[in-house]
Each structure stands twice: as C-alpha cells, then as structure tokens.
Write a protein that binds this ligand. Structure first.
Ligand code: NAP
Length: 298
C-alpha cells in the first residue's frame, strides 16, 4: 500500500468508502450488510488500508454500526472518517458527533466532515462547534465535503486553522476538482478525498452494454450520448489495463492517486473488488498513458 502524509496524518492512498453498507439505495441485501461488509473492512485493514469513510446518513447510521463492529479490537489500524449531514440545528452538532462516535464504538473520530454546505446556516454557525469538538478530543481533524474552494476557505477562516480535506466527486469522468481545489490543496498541505473514483462502477467497463440494476441506472451517465462520448476513454482504459495485466478499475484508481495530495475511497460490492482496488496502489502508469487518459477524459 502507498500512503499520503499531509497535515499531520498518514492515509492509505486507497481507502474504503462504505455508503454501500446497509443502504437501501445500493440494494446489496442482508448478507452483504450482515457478513460481507464486515469482511471487506477487516480485509482492507489486513491489506494496509487505514482510511475508512462513512457518514451518519449512510443507511441512517447502519454503515457506522457495521464499520464499528468490524474494527473492534483494531482501533489503531484505522483512520476513521465520518460526516455530519447538514440537517438540524447547529447546536445539535456535538450530540450528532457523539452519536457517530457511539455507533462507531470509538472515543474519537479521526476526521469529521461537513457532508455538504448547509443551505440554512453559514460556516460561522457550525465551525466553532467543530473547533470545540477538536479541543475536547471528540474529533481529530475537521474536513468538508462537496465544498467549493471559496466555501472551504471560509470554513478555515472561521475555524482559525486548517480544514484538512475536501471530499469531492473526482474521477476520469469528473475532473472538476483539478481546476481549483487540487492546486490549492497541493500548495497548502491539504487533501482531496476522491469519492465515486470509479464513476460508481462505470470505469470498470462492465456497464457499457446494460446499466446496473440499482439507483445508478437513472443517472445521465447511461444515456446513449454519454455512453458514446466516453467510448474512446473506456477503450483506452481497457488497452492500458491489458498492458499492465491489471483491470480498468485499477487503472482508473492509479490515475487518481498519481496526483499528489489525493486519496481515493472506492466502495466495493464484493471482497474481490476491495482486494483489486487495494492492489491498484502498486500500478505505475507511464507519462504517455496518463497523457492519453487526460486527453480522452477532458
Ligand atoms: P465508486 O467507488 O466509484 O463505485 C463503487 C461501486 O463500483 C461498487 O459498489 C461496485 O458496484 C463497483 N466496483 C467497486 N470496485 C470495483 C472493481 N474493482 N471492479 C468492478 N466494479 C467495482 O462510487 P461511490 O460508492 O459513489 O463512492 C465511493 C465512496 O465515496 C462511498 O462509499 C462513500 O463512502 C463516498 N461518497 C461520498 C459522497 C459525498 O457526498 N461525500 C458521495 C458519494 C460517495 P457494483 O459491483 O454493484 O457495480
């Protein structure tokens, strides 16, 4: 495994996303929630993955419970990230963080992220409460998610210190973060946590003929136009993957973690996917391959 050291933390370049755990949207069923998800977490730790990302809203607390159960006895192997959903009133922040910690079975959440900017309350309503949680040791670091650069900086101003990371959609299908967020993170010692790094499975190449059966099928990504536009990218991914005796998913992850200050948190529906994703940390893409992927995904 490769690690990224920044802002006083050491994170595996490949992490694990757990929105899938116990969530009805993904629809992976009870055997997945009750057995496979826990196996995925423990195998991730065995493979050197330490970054596990969850949120209070995933499965309405169920994901946090599953993760908490799976990491029992292995607290020191994990860098736990969870998220505060922007509903409710700012004064509830502490109780909500404590609720997440309780479900996770830990005294301290290593990274507590504001999931989205609140449509109702400005940074000055929430950030001082998060600062207080850092001071009392309930959380290790403050992070944000789905924040513009302007909003990220505003949070830092109010917090009076670094907001360690911004978790955003970032992949060969979504390169927006390269414009402002990533250069700023690289210059200032912050982190970009890339979510949906596989484009929710599209970059594995397995959904070009028929879309997935769950909520993903309704995304614009499966319209004929979108599929036709990404055909050259999918084809290049396949060729590069073959050259490395790797899979397309692994190449898509390797393209992301080649960038300084970026870590990825792919979800997994099966144990084998987790293992495959972890092994992507060992793939070194050539400059020509990266240029090709860059030009086809721009
Ligand atoms: P993703 O990681 O791009 O896609 C995950 C899905 O891709 C899996 O459920 C699996 O689905 C498929 N997959 C994974 N590994 C694979 C492999 N090696 N080969 C083939 N298929 C593979 O998308 P995501 O789940 O949306 O994002 C990852 C994590 O980011 C989430 O779990 C969550 O923690 C976080 N997230 C955060 C936000 C936010 O607002 N902050 C939003 C979205 C996600 P199938 O096998 O069913 O195809």
């Amino acid at each position: 495994m490769r690690y990224v050291e920044e802002g006083g933390v050491r994170l595996s370049a490949i992490g694990l996303g757990t929105w899938q755990f116990g969530s009805t949207e993904w629809g992976y069923g009870p055997t997945y929630a009750n057995q496979i998800a826990g196996l995925i977490v423990r195998r991730a730790l065995d493979l050197g993955i330490n970054l596990i990302d969850t949120a209070e809203v995933y499965g309405i607390g169920r994901s946090e419970r599953i993760v908490g159960e799976a990491i029992r006895g292995r607290r020191d192997d994990v860098f736990l990230a969870s998220k505060l959903f922007p509903v409710g009133l700012p004064f509830m922040t502490e109780a909500r963080a404590l609720g997440s910690a309780r479900r996770l079975g830990v005294e301290r959440i290593d990274l507590y992220q504001q999931h989205w900017e609140s449509p109702m309350f400005p940074a000055r309503a929430t950030m001082p409460r998060l600062k207080h949680l850092v001071e009392q040791g309930t959380i290790g670091h403050v992070g944000v998610s789905n924040h513009s650069l302007e909003a990220w900086k505003r949070c830092e101003d109010v917090l009076g210190g670094p907001v360690l990371s911004n978790q955003v959609s970032f992949s060969l299908l979504q390169r927006g973060p390269e414009r402002e967020l990533l250069p700023w993170a690289q210059l200032n010692g912050r982190l970009i946590i890339a979510y949906s790094p596989l484009g929710q499975g599209i970059l594995s190449g397995r959904y070009e003929d028929s879309p997935p059966r769950n909520f993903r099928r309704w995304s614009g990504n499966f319209r004929a136009g979108a599929k036709a536009r990404r055909r050259p990218l999918i084809s290049a991914l396949r060729t590069i993957a073959d050259a490395h005796e790797a899979t397309m998913s692994q190449v898509a992850l390797a393209w992301l973690i080649r960038k300084p200050n970026v870590v990825v948190i792919p979800g997994a529906s099966r144990l084998e996917q987790l293992e495959e994703n972890a092994a992507a940390a060992e793939i070194e893409l050539g400059d020509g391959e990266v240029e090709q992927l860059d030009s086809l995904s721009a």
